[in-house]
Design a protein around this ligand. Structure first.
Ligand code: F6P
Length: 374
């Protein structure tokens, strides 16, 4: 009988690895888990240990060996079969009197890493996850990272999985809001995720034909927005769509210290930026304005075909790194293909939208206001 290809395992420096998903969930996490584990099992005969709820599971000892059936049939599934959390193991701990107390997280992580006989820890996450991954590698652990986030703001990769699926949801929402805005002659402000970077708002705004797009990277001037909307109105367009990233801020807010900005926002009593901008537009123009916050709709559901492909490719590329014993790296999309960068590249950084990015000029060229006079 002809030997099945998978019966012969390729050589691998990694025998056992732990795998966790940390930070906010996003579409494509399960596709990536499947990509890593399938390739690691089928090609290399490795053992995968699933760690529950991100770094919290590594601290608390919450893990189990993954069997083939665990990562079968999960390609399309949203969320993460491993669970996720925003646990930051290196964060300083304080007691009830605000005194610094000893943080035993790292000792516990090392203890569990050794107890499980791990050769490497595979982390699926965004900026925070990779910062922690880098610090753990400095503590002597072998770490391999995969870039995931709907924000697409990880330094070192052309794209993270999750972004494409969230963009589809954001664009559909902008499309759908057009009809209500048009029927009622209203301005509708839609808030998309993106605390420090506006990739999602910029792309969904351009894809959906937003009339105004506001990003955290470009502090907005409400007077410029008002002028743009009034000009549209006077030229016969009675409605407008404003796409705003959750981290956007006005030029007045941009010069404030973080704590002063917080106080200032508390005074406005608006739950988020979309409501503040809607209120400011009404004050500035007198136009009837409404706010919609898309929230977790952007992070849920099945991944797009493009995200499934990217997550699978990154996952299998990560398995190859494990086999080669190339630790301390994040797999990435590079020149349209698979590559990897040192973990120090994404650590402690955010990929923001550069002022001269072609997409900003694209938006301006089709008459979109980017929140300031141009
Ligand atoms: O990191 C992805 C992200 O979706 C950000 O855009 C958003 O600011 C954040 O997560 C919200 O996180 P949480 O679910 O913890 O509130």
């Amino acid at each position: 009988m002809k030997e099945k290809r998978d019966d012969v395992k390729r050589e691998s420096k990694t025998k056992t690895f732990g795998i966790l998903t940390a930070g906010g969930d996003c579409p494509g996490l399960n596709a990536a888990i499947r990509g890593v584990c399938r390739a690691a099992y089928d090609r290399y005969g490795m053992t995968a240990v699933g760690i529950a709820k991100g770094y919290a599971g590594l601290i608390n000892g919450d893990f189990r060996i993954l069997r083939q059936e665990d990562f079968s049939g999960i390609l399309l599934r949203g969320g993460t079969i491993l669970g996720a959390s925003r646990e930051k193991p290196f964060k300083l701990k304080h007691d009830e009197f605000h005194n610094l107390v000893e943080n035993d997280n790292i000792a516990l992580i090392k203890e569990h890493y050794q107890k499980l006989n791990l050769d490497c820890l595979v982390i699926l996450g965004g900026n925070g996850t990779h910062t922690t991954g880098y610090l753990l590698s400095q503590e002597g652990l072998n770490v391999v990272g995969l870039p995931k986030t709907i924000d697409n703001d990880i330094v070192g990769t052309e794209r993270s999985f999750g972004f494409h699926s969230a963009l589809a949801v954001g664009t559909e929402a902008v499309d759908r809001l057009h009809s209500t805005a048009q029927s009622h002659n209203r301005v509708i402000v839609i808030e998309l995720m993106g605390h420090k970077s506006g990739w999602l708002a910029l792309h969904a705004g351009v894809a959906g034909g937003g009339d105004v797009i506001l990003l955290p990277e470009i502090p907005y001037d409400i007077k410029a927005i008002g002028k743009h909307l009034m000009h549209r109105f006077q030229s016969g367009k009675g409605f407008s769509i404003v796409v705003v990233a959750e981290g956007a801020m006005s030029i007045e807010e941009a010069v404030m210290e973080k704590k002063d900005r917080k106080k200032f926002r508390e005074k406005t009593a608006s739950p988020s930026i979309a409501y503040r901008v809607a209120h400011e537009i009404e004050e500035e123009t007198g136009m009837e304005t409404r706010a919609t916050v898309l929230g977790y709709m952007q992070r849920g559901g099945i991944p797009s075909a493009s995200d499934r492909v990217l997550a699978t490719a990154l996952g299998t590329a990560a398995a190859d790194l494990l086999a080669q014993g190339k630790y301390g790296r994040m797999v990435c999309l590079e020149n349209g293909g698979m590559g990897s960068v040192d973990l120090i590249v994404p650590a402690n950084k955010t990929k923001t939208v550069p002022e001269n990015h072609f997409m900003i000029d694209t938006a301006l060229a089709v008459g979109t206001c980017m929140g300031i006079e141009t």
